[in-house]
Design a protein around this ligand. Sequence first.
Ligand SMILES: *Cc1c(COP(=O)(O)O)cnc(C)c1O
Length: 374
Amino acid sequence: MSETETRIAAARPGPAPKPWIAAIHAYVPGRSKGKDGRPLIKLSANENPLGTSDAALTAKAQGPALYPDPDSTALRAAIGQRHGIDPARVVMGTGSDELLNLAAQGYAGVGDEVIYVRYGFAVYDIAARRCGATPVVAPDADYGTDIDALLALVTDRTRVVFVANPNNPTGSYLPKGDIARLHAALPSDVLLVLDQAYGEYVAPEDEDGALALAARHDNVLVTRTFSKIFGLAGERIGWATGAPGIIDTLNRIRGPFNVSATGQAMALAALADTAFVEASRVHNRDERARFVASLAALGNDGLRPLPSQANFVLVLFEGALSAEAALEGLADRGYIVRWLPGQGLPQALRITIGKSEDMDAIAAVLREMAEAAR
Ligand SMILES: *Cc1c(COP(=O)(O)O)cnc(C)c1O
């Protein structure tokens, strides 16, 4: 380096991230170990307690030396067939997380607004900020999605609205009529992203009509995932469907080989194993009801499980026992659940529905702690 070059190098600062990137609070994943590093039974990330379908586990993929099919052709065809969707209207993602981020990036930028509800999925805030858009947070209605509060925040700058149905971490659910009303009231140039990560847990008769909206309208994107009921969280596979224009936008900016060959093969097999999916749904429905009933039986101890249509229950601690103390008590007994003070929920624990014996044990620990705290 010449003397001048050295002087210039010394005087200049290092690379500065864009201010909207620097403002992001990184996603905090569910823990699987206690503070002392001991492995705990993990009910903090909404994974399937029944594991993965054997058919998926034994699915054969091409060897790892070759790139995967960049268009996930067979998998999109199978998804299309299952849901009555033209495969051309389906795009795959590295988890639905990738697709949520691409939806924001494709349609919003600096100066634009992205709306979601308070106690919505943590990725929406990151997705909005990543592309420089301004996140706009709508107030909740007793932890549920308040459509009118959300609509009241729509402006000329609104580009994307995110709604998870069922919602994570609250478990709350909007029926079909509410989703239709939300869509009908939004301007046609606002992209409505309906995140159905837990859609398969909902009883078929309670289905929210999101896929039909995505089939009929130009401003609706529905996202789904293989991470939850299909038990493939480790493989990172999500999909989305919407109008051809939206799918084209996401295809332009997604990773070209964004789903691995193994992931495509496993998802294809998992989709075909309808018995495993149904067993997972029924297990979750029954264990969730049993767990909620056992907490309700505690009576006046201030533990309030919110109604949930998902594979977890958000329990509010409104009495003498705090959520933080319950978190520690459960960890002492070998269970890790999700405490979300960073999302404005220091008063709650999100507990994934696990195996029967684990739900019994958790209910017993909570009962004991609530009685001791009286
Ligand atoms: C788990 C979850 C997702 C998806 O995760 P991927 O593993 O990236 O598919 C998306 N939305 C919500 C609301 C979730 O809880």
